[in-house]
Design a protein around this ligand. Structure first.
Ligand code: NI
Ligand code: MN
Length: 226
């Protein structure tokens, strides 16, 4: 599995020849100015919640790529009003087998609405089981006890967690979350993109080091093989 980071919480998986894009927010991210959105391929786009820093480029990319959007019911209804019809709706606790693997929608402690104020259901995360790797993307969330259930039932090979504080967990809480979900390798997301979530990366790395968990902070545009 190859992971490509597009900044903030936007990343892509390449697995079984399919591109699975998460939470597209590129053109509005000053830090991602070197990414050309028209070079991004997507067979699927997974959407954790409605906030603009996760969906700003969703309609544009859905139209350009005709990717299948995987999101909750309420975001599907909103997408229909935008003319986007290739959508698979799901909700927390449900799982679906796609041609690249099995996607389960997990709980997140966060809010959710579209930029125009439309109700966007509850915020979520995803477990993605591919042929040989299990990935957990928590979405925007605070630390919560439900993560322990993921650790009891699964053992993700890689966890993508927010570390930017203010709207989500900080690095210290994310290191605890990694312990809860029983994962030893975290890719940090949702930091530095705007004023409220600027972090000290050295301090973040230290917190993970102290917890005995590997933290990877990818450069925007960087790829990593898992
Ligand atoms: Ni959010
Ligand atoms: Mn966010």
């Amino acid at each position: 599995m190859k992971i490509t980071y597009y900044g903030h919480s936007c990343f892509s998986l390449l697995v079984s020849g399919k591109n699975i894009l998460f939470d597209p927010f590129i053109r509005g991210n000053e830090l991602a100015r070197d990414i050309d959105i028209n070079n991004i391929e997507a067979d699927y786009i997974l959407v954790s919640h409605g906030h603009d820093d996760h969906t700003a480029d969703l309609v544009y990319l859905a139209s350009r790529t005709n990717a299948k959007i995987v999101c909750n019911w309420e975001i599907m209804l909103w997408l229909h009003t935008q003319g986007i019809k290739n959508v698979h709706p799901m909700n927390v606790g449900g799982k679906v087998a796609f041609d690249f693997g099995i996607v389960k929608m997990t709980i997140a402690s966060h809010s959710s609405s579209m930029a125009d104020g439309t109700y966007a259901g509850i915020a979520a995360g995803f477990l993605v089981q591919t042929e040989n790797k299990l990935l957990y993307y928590s979405g925007d969330t605070g630390l919560n006890q439900d993560m322990k259930l993921i650790g009891e039932m699964y053992k993700p090979d890689i966890a993508l967690l927010p570390i930017g504080d203010n709207f989500t967990m900080d690095a210290g809480d994310a290191a605890i979350a990694a312990g809860f979900v029983n994962c030893k390798h975290v890719i940090g997301l949702h930091y530095d993109s705007f004023g409220y979530i600027q972090i000290n990366k050295k301090e973040a790395e230290k917190k993970f080091e102290n917890a005995g968990i590997k933290l990877t902070l990818l450069n925007i545009g960087e790829e990593i093989a898992i």
